[in-house]
Design a protein around this ligand. Sequence first.
Ligand code: SF4
Length: 446
Amino acid sequence: MALSGLQIFKLLPKTNCKDCGFPTCMAFAMQLASGKAELSQCPHVTAEAAAELGEAAAPPVRKVIIGAGDMAVVLGEETVLYRHEKRFEHPPGIAILVDDTVDDAEFQVRLDTFKAQEFERVGQMLRAKLFAIESADAGRLAARVKKASDETGAGIIVMSDDAEALKAAAGPIKDKKPLLYAATAATFDAVSAVAKELGVPFVIKAATLEELSELGDKCVAGDFKEVVLDPMSANLQDAIRDQTYIRRAAIKKKFRALGFPTIAFPCRMTDEPLLKTVFAGVFVTKYAGLIVLDTLDPAQVMPLLILAQNIYTDPQRPMQMDQGIYPINEPGPDSPLLITTNFSLTYFTLAGEVEASKVPTWLLVMDTEGQSVLTSWAAGKFVADAIAVFVKKSGVDEKISHKKIVIPGYVAQISGELEEELGDWEVVVGVREAADVPRYLRGLGA
Ligand code: SF4
């Protein structure tokens, strides 16, 4: 049973040392009780207290790992309903369905496409990491599961109504943590026994939330921690209701029976490809841990991965680049020098345009805690005196033979003050929009 903040407080060291990031042990205890902090944030808690805190320290949505190595997908550990309250922890895993309608030739195409399909965005590589393999034929299921795992390294969702077929297919790859799909009220004992024997997670599914809660209760009573919920929602309206209810019950009520990540099948809710993607996008935001698609069409996969990347970025910590000097198109001592902030989106947009210009250029990237040019200027971080200190310490003057720096057009107002701060440098106001950079750079050499 969940402990109150006061009960947790009694087990903490009560030194108010602040090492956990909270001003007092009581403040930390209250956050822990509401699932917004983790026990590991207090380095001083005793082993006895940690053991006693047990369930209170567990996240309201259990952690589940599917797959291994670089392809491992972590689900759960969510602590909030809304991203702005703290952050969402783990982006949903995207799984590609292969069922009995897919012949062997098409199966091979999907494996090959899967292996090759990666998307780079703001310095991160994005991809689907899972296959969901379903078959009514136990032999075919086992063969395809093994082949997909061996050839792609993907995490596998093994799908069958037959517990013995699940065991035969998942057993040979159990070290790669496949997910068994799925236990129903009728098959719970058999499927959960296979999961226990193999040491792998499994899905429980039921047509109503009441029945799903009953199965969840059985998981809690049986100490099954790595469980995924399928509410079997028939349409998008039901799905939003079910996913929201499950997340609210887990986080607001600490209802352990529904305190597990979920799986959703937008590919089975409509025949219209575009709608499948739209539905899947809804599940990215509310609140699926796994989303199953029936295609590797980049037009459908890539938008979801980018949406997940955006939603699951910590709103308090924008994606950022390291501060430093970035050479683009092999610049030399005479090449122009541009300066910008270390907000990833700013950097990659600008760097992409500079690269496209084919003009050798030095790009000086200043740490503004990941804020964009205007935001960081307004926050007093991308201002003349701070920029001048950075430019002088950056070492860029050892790479160039001139003393001319181009600042973004959006901060034209700091050019005079920056020139004063820099002394013998010439400060040039560049363009506002990245799209105008190629024309601007080519014009510099004219
Ligand atoms: Fe208290 Fe631990 Fe936080 Fe220190 S780190 S204030 S002991 S909860």
